[in-house]
Design a protein around this ligand. Structure first.
Ligand SMILES: NC(=O)c1ccc[n+]([C@@H]2O[C@H](COP(=O)([O-])OP(=O)(O)OC[C@H]3O[C@@H](n4cnc5c(N)ncnc54)[C@H](OP(=O)(O)O)[C@@H]3O)[C@@H](O)[C@H]2O)c1
Length: 340
């Protein structure tokens, strides 16, 4: 049984769901993969706790609600102050919300983790947007993994499919419904509900965030398609290179006219490759019934890869919530320590 320490940075919706799911899955993961993950440290914006290995193994998953009152909790203690390079390394799991412009605070955390010999699994897209190749190179140099499935549509397998299942094939086009909120709203509008009403419904069901602007303006899809392109083509792209449209103030009439034509309006993230030219866009596209993403409805997501030698490969589904995000983090951890 391999014992693997985890340091979790960020204990919000996803961080908490991650701890809960890890506790729930602990025995299965041990049995199936011979991997014994234990939580050695947790950090949030206000402070952190690092447990000695013996205590961490013994306590295993410290009850989440007791952490701040535990003897290990230190106000103002940051991951950057933690002596991680002196510990037997494991995996740093990042669930913070970093700036899309600077990548901080997550970028500094990921650099610290990698330079200390720890693998990295991140749900936070911020550090990857402008520093993707730099982090990837650093991980490669150190012989470590940098995993980020959660950043490219969470429980919907996307990066893994591109890198593993389509290995050797040339990916010449990617089309993805990568944002559950916008797809839910478009599906409701097809059913005759206005944009404003559909948005309120999405928020009341917990599908849309309290401030859904980033989703509705297409930024979330743009970031996901950017990360996928950087992954597939190992090239740095800028967010400004992604041509983007959103769904704010989309008239109900427009969706209904498209529906009467037998089509379904979808907000797609698209990567098109023509020889060395690669273009990235987020676009409202009316899909025909024959399109593999036509039937992706409600908060569901889907991604379709067109390749030179494996034809078109499509994946649909995946939960769009903190538990789905947590499951994707755990999947990445398992795949680091128990590769196929
Ligand atoms: N929600 C989803 O379904 C989903 C799906 C895929 C990806 N994601 C991504 O996952 C990440 C987390 O989302 P969330 O919904 O869990 O966010 P959240 O609830 O706002 O949690 C963020 C956590 O980061 C901590 N934090 C903030 N600044 C920090 C710092 N400087 N050092 C250490 N910790 C810091 C916060 O600390 P405090 O607790 O002290 O405030 C909080 O615990 C985001 O990047 C999001 O885009 C989320």
């Amino acid at each position: 049984m391999k014992q693997i320490p985890i340091i979790l940075i960020g204990k919000g919706h996803v961080g908490k769901a991650f701890i809960e799911l890890l506790v729930e899955k602990r025995e299965v993961i041990k049995e199936r993969y011979s991997l014994d993950f234990f939580l050695q440290g947790i950090f949030r914006s206000t402070g952190g706790a690092m447990l000695p290995k013996e205590e961490a193994s013994h306590l295993f998953f410290f009850p989440d609600n007791c952490l701040e009152s535990s003897p290990w909790w230190q106000n103002g203690y940051s991951f950057l102050d933690a002596p991680v390079n002196k510990l037997s390394p494991g995996v740093v799991v990042l669930t913070t919300v970093s700036s899309m412009e600077t990548g901080e605070p997550g970028f500094a955390y990921l650099q610290q983790a990698l330079s200390s010999g720890w693998h990295v699994v991140t749900a936070d897209k911020g550090p990857l947007i402008n520093n993707f190749r730099c982090l990837r190179r650093e991980a490669e140099r150190q012989g470590l993994s940098l995993k980020y499935s959660t950043c490219t549509a969470a429980a919907l397998p996307s990066v893994d499919v591109a890198l593993t299942s389509l290995a050797g094939a040339e990916i010449i086009r990617v089309e993805g419904i990568l944002n559950g909120t916008t797809n839910f709203i478009l599906s409701r509008m097809e059913e005759g509900v206005s944009f404003e009403e559909a948005l309120v419904e999405a928020q009341s069901k917990g599908i849309a965030e309290p401030d859904p602007t980033r989703d509705l303006e297409g930024w979330d899809t743009a970031i996901k398609i950017l990360l996928l392109a950087q992954t597939i083509y190992d090239r740095d792209f800028q967010l400004a290179e992604v041509t983007r449209e959103g769904i704010i103030n989309l008239p109900l009439k427009e969706v209904q006219v498209i529906k009467r034509q037998g089509l379904a309006l979808k907000l797609l993230g698209i990567i098109k490759r023509h020889q060395k030219d690669i273009s990235l866009e987020v676009k409202l596209v009316p899909l025909e019934k024959e399109h593999p993403l036509y039937f992706v409805r409600g908060p569901e997501k889907g991604i379709s890869f067109t390749t030179d030698s494996m034809s078109q490969v499509t994946v649909v589904g995946g939960k769009s919530d903190p538990r789905g995000a947590a499951a994707a983090l755990i999947k990445d951890m398992i795949n680091i320590f128990s590769p196929m």
